[in-house]
Design a protein around this ligand. Structure first.
Ligand code: SAM
Length: 281
């Protein structure tokens, strides 16, 4: 019998993966959590029926969310990750000896438990001694923090359900206040392609641009997300992602990366015309 996982990328577009089996299903107080195995993408998991992480393409997302800011400011020592329950972002950050502390605030402890069990590829470094896990809403957590972090990474779901509060103006303002003067904010910035994602992208960009002195956007190629064309935001009080790129310092880390490199870093900020136009709308 053929078993398929199918996700509606729009009302008129579907994306399907043939699955071997469904290995986990539960409903947390926040969302439906499902894990599947597949030939093409290995193990993958979804929240409320939306793709989060697959073993095959997670390196693209996690390389681009973590190495871009680290190549701009080699002095980053104290990091906050909001969301990111699969642990992939934390895994990449722990590769930097210079990082002293990583706080990860995930609203849903059940996501972390399931990822520890079924996705060791991404969750393997959650027990690093520099990592502190907090299970609460990132919106409330950030309100208590003032000038503490060098880097905040919003590794969130889409602005539906628990992720909604992570796309508001007041949340971005609180991130600004929680960052030190040299702080950098990286956020999951949605996609320019389909209308619903584009609206979310515009909204996030407008709010971040109103909050931070520097607000840029960069792209990466994500085969399992709607359209495959996805964005992260880079916002900062003082660092520009290209003018302040510190190639010499990043090379000293001697990190082997599967997707990220310094040429790609520069190229990722060169946006297609339709994306530039959409961001200005
Ligand atoms: N790579 C993924 C993507 O964009 O599809 C996202 C990674 S991660 C699985 C997103 C996490 O954000 C989820 O585990 C979810 O529980 C968490 N999350 C959603 N809203 C949150 C909130 N308000 N505070 C903290 N974590 C939140």
């Amino acid at each position: 019998m053929d078993l398929w996982y199918t996700e509606n990328h729009t009302d008129d577009v579907k994306f399907s993966i043939r699955i071997k089996e469904q290995i986990y299903h539960d409903k947390s107080p926040f969302q439906d959590i499902d894990f599947f195995t597949s030939e093409e993408f290995g193990t993958f998991f979804t929240l409320d029926g939306l793709m989060m992480v697959t073993e095959k393409d997670e390196f693209i997302y996690h390389d681009m969310i973590s190495h871009v800011p680290m190549a701009v400011n080699p002095e980053i020592k104290n990091v906050l990750v909001i969301g990111g329950g699969d642990g992939g972002t934390v895994r990449e950050l722990t590769r930097y000896k210079s990082i002293e502390n990583i706080d990860m605030v995930e609203i849903d402890e059940m996501v972390v438990k399931a990822c520890r069990e079924y996705l060791p590829l991404t969750s393997s470094k959650l027990d690093d001694s520099r990592v502190n896990l907090f299970f609460e809403d990132g919106v409330a957590f950030i309100e208590r923090k003032k000038k503490e972090y060098d880097l905040i990474i919003i590794d969130s779901t889409d602005p539906i359900g628990p992720g909604e509060g992570l796309f508001t103006k007041s949340f971005y303002t609180n991130c600004y206040l929680a960052l030190k003067d040299n702080g950098i904010l990286i956020n999951q910035h949605e996609s320019p392609y389909y209308d619903r994602d584009k609206k979310n992208m515009n909204r996030a960009h407008k709010r971040i641009k109103e909050t931070f002195e520097i607000a840029e956007v960069y792209e990466f190629h994500m085969p399992t997300y709607p359209s495959g064309h996805w964005l992260f935001g880079f916002a900062s009080k003082k660092f520009h992602p290209l003018k302040d790129l510190n190639e010499k310092a990043w090379k000293l880390n001697e990190l082997e990366t599967k997707y990220y490199n310094l040429e790609l870093h520069k190229g990722a900020f060169a946006l297609p015309n339709y994306v530039k136009k959409a961001l200005d709308e």
